[in-house]
Write a protein that binds this ligand. Structure first.
Ligand code: VGL
Ligand code: ZN
Length: 211
């Protein structure tokens, strides 16, 4: 598969809290970094997302008395999985992993900063209507297809890919540049949705660049 100048790589949430030792560690989360750095030179445009919650965020189990991480609650927009406190604005856990070296990245988009709404996707918050601004940004920048990498495959990466398709953008996930949380069958459910929505899943070894 050839990467073109109208493609962008969106690197999702490669932050300390999603890496080993972090508050919401994804198994092997830091292993995405060398893969992302290997494919980065293929892309003319790289954008990063950063999960960025205020203390007391509604997605934190600690905000809901009697609830534990990984339980679900109903919020105004529907079911919401509860998480350990993570990626709190200004905390070390919210920083990008220190070995992720992408100085050429053109945009850092923060999401999840509204106390009452979680935001997995780079495009829409979990109510599926509040826009992050990414769609307009891509349009204005002339980006016609997105490649996705990072954490977590079955949450923020997956929701971003599905929303890209909903917006009419081709979406390609670089599978070996992602790691999954895999909570109660979330990987299988997400992959069924990818198939229905036309999200492509490829291996980094399949990528090359047009001359
Ligand atoms: C994520 C759960 C909560 C992710 C973010 O980046 O996949 N997952 N916040
Ligand atoms: Zn989060």
């Amino acid at each position: 598969m050839q990467v073109t100048p109208h493609d962008a790589l969106i690197v999702i949430d490669v932050q300390n809290d999603f890496c080993p030792g972090g508050a919401l560690a994804v198994a092997g989360g830091d292993e995405v970094i060398p893969v992302i750095e290997k494919i980065a030179p293929l892309f003319a445009h790289i954008f990063l997302t950063q999960d960025w919650h205020p203390a007391g965020h509604s997605s934190f189990a600690s905000t809901h008395p009697g609830k534990e991480p990984f339980e679900q609650v109903q919020l105004s927009y529907g079911p919401q999985t509860l998480w350990p406190d993570h990626c709190v604005q200004g905390s070390a856990g919210a920083e990008f992993h220190s070995s992720l070296k992408l100085p050429q990245a053109e945009l850092i988009l923060r999401k999840g900063f509204r106390p009452e709404i979680d935001s997995y996707s780079a495009f829409f918050e979990n109510d599926r209507v509040t826009a992050t601004g990414m769609a307009s940004y891509l349009k204005e920048r002339g980006i016609e297809r997105v490649f996705l990498a990072g954490l977590a495959y079955d949450f923020c990466v997956g929701f971003s890919a599905l929303d890209a398709r909903r917006l009419g953008l081709p979406a390609v996930i670089v599978r070996d540049a992602c790691r999954a949380i895999d909570l109660n069958g979330s990987v299988d459910r997400m992959e069924a949705e990818f198939a229905g929505a036309g999200v492509e899943v490829v291996d980094s070894s399949q990528l090359g660049r047009t001359a």
